[in-house]
Design a protein around this ligand. Structure first.
Ligand SMILES: [Zn+2]
Length: 212
């Protein structure tokens, strides 16, 4: 396995944090990003709690173990670190997690209906309709496993009255999935103003799983 460059990984996390603001997926200190340290068992990088992204440096990203203990860093990890660790425990192929709080995905969380395949790339990235995890406080340790039950083998889940979580092989993939889910959520809202039954795609019926 190739060597994992911790410094470069921290820079990459910061880059995607800033991008999440630029794309309107996060406001204030909301959201968090983590990465599995692929060449060290039981080590993960995650954004710190309660720090604005535009004030964050790569040095503020912290290292934790799978029990959410701080191993290295000058801040406490994100308050949702236990959710991230539940995903890494349950999904060994997941290497990156992005949690954001985008408006249009959140609309469907409040409505209590899944985000459907209005856009082909979203379906390819998520591998199906994005389900809704019923509201519960995300910093409770039970939240992570309950959310993993709802997400199953999909790559995205909406937390009702809160936000969106996406996973991927890489941070680039997990982030692209967040952007795609938010776009599809927006299209679904407009489509539903025109018809109660918009035309949507099902992952099982797609002729390709390569992003277009
Ligand atoms: Zn949040």
């Amino acid at each position: 396995m190739s060597t994992f460059d911790i410094t470069a990984a921290k820079e990459q996390i910061l880059e995607y944090c800033l991008r999440s603001m630029e794309y309107g997926l996060n406001f204030n200190t909301q959201g968090n990003i983590s990465l599995r340290v692929s060449d060290q068992p039981n080590r993960f990088l995650i954004t710190p709690t309660d720090l604005e992204y535009d004030k964050m440096t790569a040095d503020d990203i912290v290292l934790v173990d799978s029990d959410s203990n701080l191993i290295e860093g000058k801040h406490e990890p994100s308050s949702e670190v236990t959710v991230h660790m539940a995903v890494y425990r349950r999904r060994p192929n997941v290497n990156a997690i992005v949690h954001t709080e985008p408006v249009f995905a959140n609309v469907w969380g409040v409505v209590g209906e899944p985000i459907l395949g209005t856009l082909v790339n979203m379906v390819i990235y998520t591998k199906g309709d994005v389900p809704i995890m019923p509201f519960s406080l995300s910093n409770r340790t039970e939240f992570g496993d309950a959310m993993c039950d709802v997400m199953g083998e999909l790559n995205a889940v909406v937390w009702a009255n809160h936000g969106l979580l996406t996973v991927g092989d890489s941070l680039r993939d997990a982030f692209k999935t967040s952007v795609a889910v938010e776009s599809a959520a927006k299209v679904q809202i407009y489509a539903r103003t025109a018809t109660p039954n918009p035309i949507v795609l099902r992952y099982e019926n797609l002729p390709t799983t390569t992003p277009l």
